[in-house]
Ligand binder design. Sequence first.
Ligand code: 1CP
Length: 355
Amino acid sequence: MTKPAGSAARRTLGEAPLLRAAAGKSSDRVPVWFMRQAGRSLPEYRRLRADSSMMSACFDPAMVCEITMQPVRRHGVDAAILFSDIVVPLHAAGIDLDIVPGTGPVVANPVRDVDDVRALPALAADAVRPVADAIGLLLAELGDTPLIGFAGAPFTLASYLIEGGPSRHHERTKSLMHSDPDTWHALLGSLAGITRTFLDAQVAAGVDAVQLFDSWAGALSERDYRELVLPHSAAVLAGIGVPSIHFGVGTGELLGAMRAAGPDVVGVDWRVPLDEAVRRLAAERPDGPAPVVQGNLDPALLLADLPVLEREVRRIITEGRAAGGHIFNLGHGVLPNTDPDVITRVVELVHSVQP
Ligand code: 1CP
């Protein structure tokens, strides 16, 4: 496939610590970035977003570029993550939904039966052209800092579509997956198609890595995950063309199964120490390469006293040495009431520790 203009310069980034770690290679520092590093913890973000809706911001290339750059400039992190949202490709495909401030994604007509599933549109790459344009702008600004693209995994997207919005128990989703597995697989197949098109568009535009967020997969048993979810996430990740990271919350029991979906890196939340996570990941592929992990500071600890925070950061780096590679991150996203100066301090601390 021919790369669009602008992406050729990106192909020399193999020495970036983030990409070396993803490939199981060592560097002179532990690479670090933060999920939700762009966003409400930053006053410059709140100022910029004051007059625009979340969805319109996601389709404004200059705005996406600026918001993505803010935490890179401020914190000196080892990666940028594209500012977007997991429901952006669903909206672009023509599904009636919005991102409501203080709530999250809200779907006008939830998907509840086979007819709803049949009516789901596909995504045309052209419909996410503003995202590709934003990536083009970012490549010109980022220099040697890798850009991570992302998408939501089929299960987490399905939960929003079926429940109609954020859900604590995912009860309608679980009910559908068990009562009508054929409809369930048709739905996840459609969503895998949309997700793959969205990721392919980002890769073609030049992102250096991708993260597949299955944020709510931790609500499932391992058996249900393997049978009803894993094949669809594996289809999204197969042959994606850049290093991939797969992450979910509360997925301690699913770590092996998430490795089986085929990512290069598995993201770990704060509930499982990284050395134990490595043991679970290695058990899935005893003859495979040493597992590479990302994580796993509890985001709440960014609000703790600095000595406590420093002790936790050092513990995580020590435990991460059990892995074939370690990308330092939080166990979930930055909380909006986090002091951004503390994030900068954590970056400095991670970089000061010998890998
Ligand atoms: O008004 C606002 O500022 C909107 C808040 C907001 C922001 C800043 C939402 C609504 N999405 C985002 C951006 C976003 N979403 C990013 C930014 C890039 C970065 O990390 O810096 C990313 C990666 C996402 C991905 C996303 N959206 C996920 C997966 C990651 C995760 O946190 O688990 C999920 C589950 C969503 C859905 C969503 N969008 C917004 C909210 C508040 C939510 C969660 C709602 C819920 O609890 O179900």
